[in-house]
Design a protein. Structure first.
Lengths: 389, 354, 234
């Protein structure tokens, strides 16, 4: 692909015009992190786009080859820092698969609640920042009011507000206190009322619908071809969710929940509004899951006793490899870990959903305006920590 | 104004038509108006921050000055004065320097025709409304100069968007303003106040006037570059649009200009549609002058409050949607209102027992 | 279909270069030859029973004797997944500086592979023949080397910044060993030595130390990447 150079649009016209080359980012309020998109513009219309990532590359995979399996857990926190419980979960499941152990039932049910709470928190940020991208500053503050409650809830078992390092191979790090589950249920009641408010703010707002309908349409085949997962895939009408189709935690088999998909309510199927609406509905589904799980958490160990020795001396799994994927708020996070019998893996690959979701941007942007480009980037809901690792 | 001229001519024992009394009188008026605008802008910024904060479930400024941070704007103004005056490399220095001045002068000139009470206005222009509509378009030139002179693609984008938007929305604004002109039959702003003192608020005179008031309100929002039409300064897309590269005092001029044009737009809405400095069924002209000023300011601030509410609730429209709304929706409806009002006036119909 | 059935389907397809199904691993995988990877993935994607619509992950793993490429493909319609592996044996003496294995690119089969392959080129130095946009993705364009290789040596100097902590002199206000030495030196040579001239504008603040590693950054002074002069303007 040739470099994005300036060239004349139409030499034969009376007015000599050129295409404008503009950088969107890496410092920009709307690129959701340090993302640079080189744009070639004909007035307001984008004629070509090229993503440039790597500004947040922190060599997590190289670090993974030098630290132990337990020590790598905080690094997974920092990949998709908005849904760190889910990242921890994916890493812990991969290590458990490599070792051939399973977490005890209490840990599994707690993991479900933590993962779903973090899913709601992550989708709240997606909702709030999407509002800001569109110019409505208010939904952001409403979303963060709920997020404060979630962070306070998750701070109690884990000790941290955002980068939890809580779900570890073998189970979870600490047990919850007795008041935690009733407080979670109280939060669910509160959230359901507030969810209705969010809809009046953005979902049914005519201006918002006009800004997001028929924008960034991803047909089903394109979504599968580019390896898109998560709400981006479901917004295109594909009813695929790892929690239901390839359940990675036993409780997901026993809990009843729906998978919202986009239906082309306001425009073409697979536009920005569908992806946004899938995220809104997923928040309610997560509440449903949490309500069912919170009353069914069994008593027992919160970590596999055989794994407790990892706190004294590093785990040394037998030579082998494992690949495990989990449904993150942004898509399917996959960890591929290869062990050669030592204390550190010899390959520790993180397949970030935002990395794959972002690759479709080069194909989506040409033909739309800058304002639409901002809407599309917001609807893909990327986190650069995961794109760059 | 006449009283001031007479006061100065008596003071210096000169003829009322002489240069000195006139100059002094006008200087006092314009100086006090400038002072009023600056203080008003500071108050409006504080009000905006408070309104935004309370919509967003937070408090806003609370510290500076004690009671709800009333001195926050003063502190901000002082801070802006002390900031380093940055001129981007490669910027066109003269245009960069003069653009804020052009923008502010364009808006400020609109103030001289607004009547604040009976006989209280700087110049009683016979074509007052026409003058305000025309002079407000000078700011477009200033904004384009600012965007071009900044030597930045983002600024240029903001300037070009702004040119398209503001110039386009002057059309439905002017068409909507034709409706009260048709009813009152004059361009002089004082005549609108006098008419409304006699007949009640214009907005209730005619169902079409309500629609025209709404059209003018929306079009004036676009002219002030307020959300949902704040594309020229779209923070989430263009960092800051045409005033990205401005800092310190120059930036504060653009800020002043935004709030000053909000004031002018609100003043026009209040004067033309909401009765100006009059109250219904009450003879305000008999009262002392400050009452009229207070009534008008109350109405203006109510309209400004509405503008702020809209800004913090609604998302932003895209530029082609802005254009479509102006030309495809506001303009035809405005023309319909003009035709309807003309019909009402010629037929002498009344729809309310007023 | 489980992995055995998928493997049987692959063997039945008649494509060359399909190896054994290794069931000893937790995720059983199929080994294929480099030459037939594109055909195999195309078959897996298009065959009615396999319907592997999505390439989920593409990883390169450096082992002592080879670089393995691991393709995780999955099917949403058929609810199954398969791991396909490709091995590039390491030649004698093949190390970070001398050996860049080359495999065909599958970006034509799955568009998702585009960015995955760019990342594996960037970090591990595996060339993908036929890739439409063969550039680095995470690291800067002018970076030399492939960091995820086991024998990658960290550069000591990049873009005018020393990358080793020992190379940066610590600031010692007033006291400290360096200041004491400097005071002793100036006291000894105060008579003849001129006062330390003030730093002229444009003069570097301090001289960079010699690189600690004796390995040249690339064999023969040539880089393994596109020289900066040939890159398009940014």
């Amino acid at each position: 692909m040739e470099a994005l150079e300036l060239y004349a649009v139409d030499d034969r016209a009376d007015v000599y015009t050129e295409e404008l080359k503009l950088n969107l980012g890496p410092q920009h309020p709307s690129t959701h992190g340090v993302l640079r998109v080189e744009l070639r513009l004909d007035g307001e219309i984008i004629t070509a786009a090229r993503c440039d990532i790597g500004y947040l590359h922190r060599c997590a995979e190289k670090i993974g080859e030098n630290v132990s399996y337990l020590q790598f857990t905080p690094y997974t926190d920092r990949m998709d820092y908005l849904s760190s419980m889910n990242n921890n979960l994916a890493w812990s499941l991969t290590v458990e698969k490599l070792l051939g152990v399973e977490a005890p039932p209490r840990a599994q049910w707690l993991r479900v609640i933590m993962a779903e709470l973090n899913r709601i928190a992550s989708h709240l940020i997606a909702f709030g920042t999407y509002g800001i991208d569109m110019g409505a500053a208010t939904p952001f503050f409403y979303a963060f009011r709920e997020r404060e409650s979630i962070m306070a809830l998750l701070e109690r078992p884990s000790g941290a507000r955002m980068l939890y390092n809580y779900i570890r191979p073998g189970g979870v790090a600490h047990d919850i206190d007795e008041r935690w589950l009733p407080d979670v249920l109280a939060f669910c009641d509160e959230f359901e009322k507030r969810w209705a408010e969010y809809n009046t703010l953005l979902t049914t707002n005519k201006i918002f619908i006009e800004r997001t309908k028929n924008i960034g349409v991803i047909p089903r085949q394109m979504a599968l071809d580019y390896g898109l997962t998560g709400p981006v895939l479901r917004g295109s009408g594909v009813k695929w969710d790892l929690r239901r189709d390839v359940p990675y935690l036993k409780p997901y088999d026993e809990i009843e929940f729906d998978i919202p998909v986009g239906e082309g309510t306001h425009g073409t199927l697979g536009d920005c509004w569908d992806r946004y609406w899938v995220r809104m509905l997923e928040m309610m589904e997560s509440i449903r899951i949490i309500r069912q799980a919170a009353v069914r958490v069994p008593t027992g160990d919160f970590v596999e006793k055989a794994m407790l020795k990892m706190y004294k001396s590093p785990l040394k799994p037998a030579a082998g490899e494992a690949y495990m994927r989990c449904e993150n708020p942004r898509g399917e996070l996959g960890f591929y870990v290869v062990s050669a019998g030592g204390a550190s893996p010899i390959r520790c690959r993180a397949r970030g959903p935002s990395f794959c979701n972002l690759s479709v941007l080069d194909a989506l942007l040409p033909g739309c305006m800058i304002a639409d480009g901002v809407a599309i980037i917001g609807s893909l809901d990327i986190v650069l920590g995961e794109v760059d690792r | 104004m006449e009283t001031l001229i007479r006061f100065f001519s008596d003071l210096f024992h000169l003829s009322p038509d002489g240069v000195l009394p006139l100059t002094l009188a006008y200087s006092v008026c314009i100086g006090s108006l400038l002072g009023f605008i600056t203080v008003y802008a500071m108050f409006a910024i504080w009000m905006e921050r408070k309104v935004a904060a309370h919509i967003q479930i937070r408090y806003g400024p609370m510290e500076v000055g004690g009671w709800h941070g009333w001195a926050q704007s003063i502190a901000d103004a002082v801070k802006l004065l002390f900031k380093e005056d940055l001129i981007p490399d490669g910027a066109n220095k003269f245009m960069f320097w003069i653009a804020p001045a052009v923008v502010f002068c364009g808006v400020f000139s609109g103030f001289i025709a607004i009547p604040f009470a009976l006989g209280v206005q700087i110049v009683d222009i016979h074509l007052g409304l026409f003058f305000i509509v025309c002079i407000a378009s000078v700011e477009v030139v200033g904004v384009i100069m600012a965007g071009w002179a900044s030597n930045s693609k983002y600024s240029l984008f903001g300037a070009v968007r702004e040119a398209a938007q503001v110039v386009s929305y002057e059309v439905p604004a002017a068409v909507a303003l034709l409706v009260p002109i048709l009813i009152v039959g004059s361009f002089r702003l004082g005549d609108f106040n006098a008419w409304q003192e006699e007949h009640g608020w214009l907005v209730f005179h005619n169902p079409f006037v309500i629609v025209a008031a709404l059209i003018y309100f929306i079009a004036s929002l676009a002219g002030c570059k307020r959300a949902p039409f704040d594309l020229p300064e779209a923070e989430s897309e263009l960092v800051s649009g045409f005033h990205t590269e401005y800092s310190g005092m120059r930036f504060s001029f653009f800020f002043l200009e935004e709030y000053a044009s909000m004031f002018v737009a609100a003043a026009l809405v209040a004067t033309l549609f909401l009765g100006g400095w009059t109250l219904p069924f009450v003879n305000v002209s008999a009262w002392p002058v400050p009452f009229g000023i207070v009534i008008l300011l109350a109405k203006i601030f109510a309209v400004i409050f509405l503008q702020m509410l809209l800004r913090w609730t609604l998302p932003r429209l895209r530029i082609d949607q802005v254009m479509a709304m102006g030309y495809k929706y506001l303009l035809p409806w405005g023309m319909l209102c003009v035709v309807g009002t003309a019909l009402f006036e010629t037929m002498g119909w009344r729809w309310l027992p007023l | 279909m489980n992995e055995q059935q998928l493997h049987a389907k692959l063997l039945a397809s008649g494509l060359p270069g399909i190896g054994e199904l290794d069931t000893s691993a937790r995720d059983p995988f199929v080994r294929v030859d480099a030459g037939s990877i594109v055909a195999v993935l195309t078959f897996l994607r298009d065959d009615h029973d396999c319907r592997m619509e999505m390439l989920h992950n593409l990883t390169a793993v450096e082992r002592p004797d080879a670089i393995e490429l691991v393709y995780h493909v999955c099917s949403l319609a058929r609810h199954h997944a398969l791991t396909v592996k490709l091995s590039c044996p390491r030649p004698d003496g093949g190390n970070h500086d001398t050996w860049i294995p080359e495999v065909p690119s599958v970006a034509g089969v799955y568009s998702a592979a585009n960015w995955h392959e760019r990342e594996q080129w960037d970090l591990l130095g595996v060339r993908f023949a036929g890739h439409p946009d063969h550039r680095r993705i995470l690291l800067p364009e002018e970076w030399i080397g492939h960091p995820l290789r086991k024998d990658y040596v960290y550069p000591t100097w990049h873009d005018g910044i020393p990358l080793e902590l020992d190379a940066i002199p610590l600031y010692e206000p007033g006291g400290g060993q360096a200041a004491a030495e400097a005071a002793a030196a100036s006291a000894a040579g105060a008579a003849g030595a001129a006062a330390k001239a003030p730093r002229k504008a444009g003069e570097p603040l301090f001289q960079p130390p010699a690189p600690l590693s004796t390995r040249p950054l690339a064999p023969g002074g040539k880089t393994t990447d596109t020289p900066a002069s040939e890159l398009g303007s940014h």
